[in-house]
Write a protein of this length. Structure first.
Ligand code: RTP
Ligand code: MG
Length: 139
């Protein structure tokens, strides 16, 4: 299986609730290498663009407000089969359905405020990584 990359954010709830260190520990203990990392905050335009695929969904306005209300941690992660394995590590969107041992089981509080993002394809991982990090910030 090829070594490749995925993109993640610790969402504003995860940062507000003091879980940055614990979530990064779960990520590195899960075998992911951190190749880019920063604390930043999305503007409304950033969040609208990042989640444009959900623009027609009823929760879009709430999602944009949530994702911009405080800082996030953005990171690029490297591992064999990174995209799929990271989706497994974060768990289901709704924490009530997330498996034991997943980041969302441990730290998400609701389907909307679910602590972390993970890219859903290699193509989106590349787009999302370039959205947040310049080439010289990707190690
Ligand atoms: P993400 O993109 O953030 O990794 O999450 P995901 O793939 O597991 O879920 P997705 O369907 O892409 O939804 C994106 C984010 O929108 C919020 N959401 N709220 N209130 C709701 O019913 C609802 N549904 C989704 C969540 O923050 C979700 O992660
Ligand atoms: Mg998604």
């Amino acid at each position: 299986m090829a070594t490749n990359r995925t993109f993640t954010m610790i969402k504003p709830d995860g940062v507000e609730n003091g879980h940055i260190g614990n979530i990064l520990a779960m990520i590195t203990n899960g075998g992911f290498k951190i190749v880019s990392l920063k604390l930043t905050q999305l503007t409304t335009a950033d969040a609208q663009a990042f989640y444009a695929v959900h623009a027609a969904r009823p929760f879009y306005g709430e999602l944009v407000a949530f994702m911009t209300r405080g800082p996030i941690v953005a990171a690029i992660l490297e591992k064999e089969n990174a995209v799929e394995d990271f989706r497994t590590l974060i768990g289901a969107t709704n924490p009530a359905e997330a498996a034991e041992g997943t980041i969302r089981k441990a730290y998400a509080t609701s389907i909307g405020e679910n602590a972390v993002h993970g890219s859903d394809s290699d193509e989106n991982a590349a787009i999302e990584s370039a959205f947040h990090f310049a080439g010289r910030e990707q190690f």
